[in-house]
Ligand binder design. Structure first.
Ligand code: TA6
Length: 302
C-alpha cells in the first residue's frame, strides 16, 4: 500500500483533495471543493461524509462507528458486493459480501470543469478472496463530489463464464427524526417485507413506526426523502438497479447491533439502490454493469 505522502504526491490536489491516516491506520480521502466537502475511507471505497456547501451533512455516520481494519463501518455508503445480505449457502462468508471491508486503491482523481471532483477507486485483484469468489471480475467505484453526489459502481466480467452478482449501495441518510419523514416514489411497488414476512404492495408514502426492512422490486422512478424537520428533500435518481432496499432498525435491533449510538436510529434511514433477491444480475463474459445513482438536495416545498 502506498504511503500517505506518496498518495498525496500522486493524487492530491492542493486545497481540494488530500489523504490522511488515522490512529487505526485507516486511510481517508478528504475532498473540499467550492460545492461540497466529503470524506471517503480507502477501506471499502466507502463514502463516510458528504455535505454540499451550506447544507447539513446528507450522509449519516454513527457516532459509534468503529474504523477497524476488516470490519464494516456503521454509516456512510457501504458497497455491498458481490452478494447482498447473507451468502446464499456459506454462512461463514461475510454479510453483504467482501467489498466493503476490503482495501481498495485509488486509481484517479480529477477536478472537473464544472467544479466537481471525480474520484475513481478500484478493488485490486489481491483483495478478492478466491475461496469466496473464484471469478475473474473487476470492480470500480466512480464518485463525483459536488452539490450533488454521483456514484457509479462498475462490475466487469473478464471470465469465460457468466457470473451472477447481488449488490447494493447501502447508503445511510441523515434525517431530522425518522418518525416524521416520508419516502415518496415507491407507491404501488411490490416489496419483500423482511420483518413481517411476505410480499406486499406499498400504499401511499413510506413512513416509519417500527423496524423496517424491505426490498422493493421494480422501483425505477426517483425516490424523495421528505424531511420536514431538516426542511429538505433528498432526491435519489438511479439507473441499473431493479431493487430498492429501505431499512431502519428501530429501537430493539439498534440495541442488538450496538454501534448506532444512543437513539442513532432516530436520525438515519437507509435507502439503498440494489440488485438483490430475484433481481440479482447475471453478467455474460466480457459484459459490464453500472449501478448508478445521484443524490441531490432541494428545500421542502412550503
Ligand atoms: O439493508 C438492510 C440490511 O440487509 C438489514 O437486514 C441489516 O442487516 C442491515 O442491512 C445492516 O447490515 P450490516 O451487516 O451492515 O449490519
Amino acid at each position: 500500500m502506498e504511503s500517505i505522502s506518496e498518495l498525496n504526491r500522486r493524487h492530491g490536489i492542493p486545497n481540494q483533495v488530500s489523504f490522511c491516516q488515522d490512529a487505526n491506520g485507516f486511510i481517508h480521502v478528504d475532498v473540499n471543493n467550492p460545492q461540497a466537502s466529503a470524506r471517503i475511507a480507502l477501506q471499502g471505497a466507502q463514502l463516510t461524509s458528504w455535505a454540499p456547501k451550506g447544507e447539513e451533512a446528507v450522509i449519516w455516520l454513527s457516532k459509534e462507528a468503529s474504523f477497524l481494519k476488516g470490519k464494516s463501518i456503521r454509516g456512510g455508503a457501504p458497497v455491498c458486493w458481490p452478494w447482498f445480505g447473507p451468502h446464499e449457502s456459506q454462512g461463514d462468508f461475510p454479510a453483504h459480501g467482501f467489498a466493503r471491508t476490503a482495501l481498495w486503491e485509488i486509481s484517479g482523481v480529477e477536478m472537473q470543469a464544472d467544479g466537481t471532483t471525480r474520484l475513481v477507486f478500484r478493488l485490486p485483484e489481491t483483495s478478492f478472496p478466491t475461496n469466496q469468489w473464484p471469478h475473474a471480475t473487476t470492480l470500480e467505484n466512480r464518485m463525483t463530489i459536488g452539490s450533488h453526489l454521483e456514484v457509479d459502481l462498475v462490475t466487469r466480467n473478464l471470465g469465460s463464464q457468466p457470473v451472477t452478482i447481488g449488490q447494493a449501495l447501502h447508503t445511510y441518510f441523515q434525517v431530522g427524526d425518522i418518525r416524521t419523514i416520508r419516502l415518496l416514489g415507491l407507491e404501488e411497488c411490490v416489496y419483500l417485507d423482511k420483518v413481517e414476512g411476505g410480499r406486499k404492495i406499498q400504499k401511499g408514502a413510506v413512513n416509519f413506526t417500527q423496524e423496517t426492512d424491505r426490498i422493493y422490486q421494480g422501483a425505477m422512478q426517483d425516490i424523495l426523502i421528505e424531511d420536514p424537520l431538516m426542511q429538505r428533500q433528498i432526491r435519489i435518481t438511479k439507473n441499473g438497479s431493479a431493487s430498492t432496499v429501505v431499512w431502519n432498525p428501530w429501537i430493539e435491533k439498534s440495541e442488538k447491533l450496538g454501534d448506532l449510538g444512543d437513539e442513532g436510529y432516530l436520525h438515519m434511514v437507509c435507502v439503498e439502490n440494489a440488485n438483490a433477491a430475484e433481481d440479482r444480475i447475471t453478467l455474460a463474459p466480457g459484459a459490464e454493469h453500472h449501478l448508478w445513482v445521484r443524490y441531490s438536495i432541494a428545500p421542502v416545498p412550503r
